[in-house]
Design a protein around this ligand. Structure first.
Ligand code: PMP
Length: 351
């Protein structure tokens, strides 16, 4: 730290992204990316618009917002596009949390939530999950806090039904409830239809997972238009050109190829079910995942040891060196071949 760094960030512990190895070719199952390339329509559209990169991007992201409104069945003013969903989550912390509206989220969830709270100097409460890693909805009823829930949750993969989430939204009418649906396309139910019914609901999603565009950085929020106006105030006060021209074009391209996205999600779901079945046969305990990853532990082998040994064997998974989580590894679901390699290696390791 330099002697110039503001004391307000003295204690800030930044988010640790998953490893992006440069030195060696791993089977990369550690950051929940898609194993499939982006849609050809996305790639072609990005390449074409690259010829006009001398121009700023459109701050209103017009063609993409139009396409979003068509695909998601919402009005154009109910959508905000952001630089990854990380950006809209940060905007939501900035816009809706303060000392009268502290943030609240599960103690085991997306690791960026406490970082967003800290960097914005906001009070927050981490609400423990049940012992089986499920969210107890009763803990969120009428708590009068700005609530952030990842559904499905990460790194557990466990989803709540919309009917349960609705109870939380309904019982906190004077606070915003943010449902982070980064992984919703792999088997969970979306809360998007509820935005017409509740003015305190913000749903966030991403193009990073089901739409194979993690490197393009594209996320979005869907909510009542007044919430979108607030979030636009934050956006226009930080970075009006948050979506670059190539990302915008690629976003339109992939939304014109929903069949491709659906097919890939279906394949990931099938590969997940296969992996779970095979790993259970050799003794792994796996939480019930509705995501493109699984959270798994083995009764006879330490979680960190599994992570390190897999890494040596050229397979990268995500290990969290934290109480409650350290016996587990989060494993992204890849292609059938990648999962077979994982299964074969784990079979050798635990026998
Ligand atoms: N929410 C959750 C639960 C995540 O795991 C991630 C991915 N790290 C994000 C949001 C953010 O993803 P992105 O910024 O790529 O949209």
């Amino acid at each position: 730290m330099s002697r110039f760094f503001s004391s307000k960030y003295e204690k800030l512990v930044p988010y640790t992204p998953g490893e992006q190895p440069k030195n060696m070719k791993y089977i990369k199952l550690n950051t929940n990316e898609s194993p499939f390339p982006p849609s050809e329509k996305a790639v072609a559209a990005a390449a074409e618009i690259a010829k006009t990169l001398q121009l700023y991007s459109d701050p209103e992201v017009t063609p993409l917002v139009e396409k979003m409104s068509e695909v998601f069945g919402v009005d154009k003013d109910e959508v905000l596009m952001t630089n990854g969903s990380d950006e809209i989550l940060n905007f939501a912390f900035m816009a809706y949390c303060d000392k009268d509206h502290p943030a609240a989220f599960p103690n085991i969830s997306y690791g960026f939530y406490p970082v967003f709270a800290e960097i914005n100097n906001l009070p927050y409460e981490e609400i423990p999950l049940r012992e089986d890693f499920t969210i107890n909805v009763d803990d969120y009823i009428g708590i009068n806090k700005t609530i952030f829930i990842a559904n499905p949750n990460a790194p557990t993969g466990i989803a709540l039904p919309v009917s349960e989430i609705e109870k939380i939204i309904k019982s906190n009418p004077d606070n915003v409830v943010v449902i982070d649906e980064a992984y919703v396309d792999f088997g969970a139910e979306s809360c998007v239809p509820l935005i017409k019914k509740y003015d305190n609901l913000l749903v966030t999603q991403t193009f990073s997972k089901s739409r194979s565009m993690a490197g393009a950085r594209l996320g979005f929020g869907i909510a009542n238009k007044k919430l979108i106006q607030d979030l636009n105030t934050i956006k226009y006060s930080t970075n009006p050109y948050n979506i670059n021209r190539m990302t915008m074009a690629a976003g339109v391209g992939v939304l014109c190829d929903e069949e491709y996205t659906k097919k890939n999600c279906q394949t990931i779901i099938e590969n997940r079910e296969y992996t779970v079945k095979e790993l259970k046969k050799i003794g792994f305990e796996i939480l019930d995942s509705s995501s493109n990853f699984i959270f798994a532990k083995h009764p006879n082998k330490d979680g960190k040891e599994i992570y390190l040994e897999l890494k040596e064997r050229g397979i990268l998974v995500r290990h969290f060196d934290k109480p409650l989580l350290s016996q587990y590894n989060r494993i992204t679901i890849g292609t059938k071949e990648q999962m077979q390699a994982l299964i074969d290696n784990l079979k050798e390791m635990v026998k």
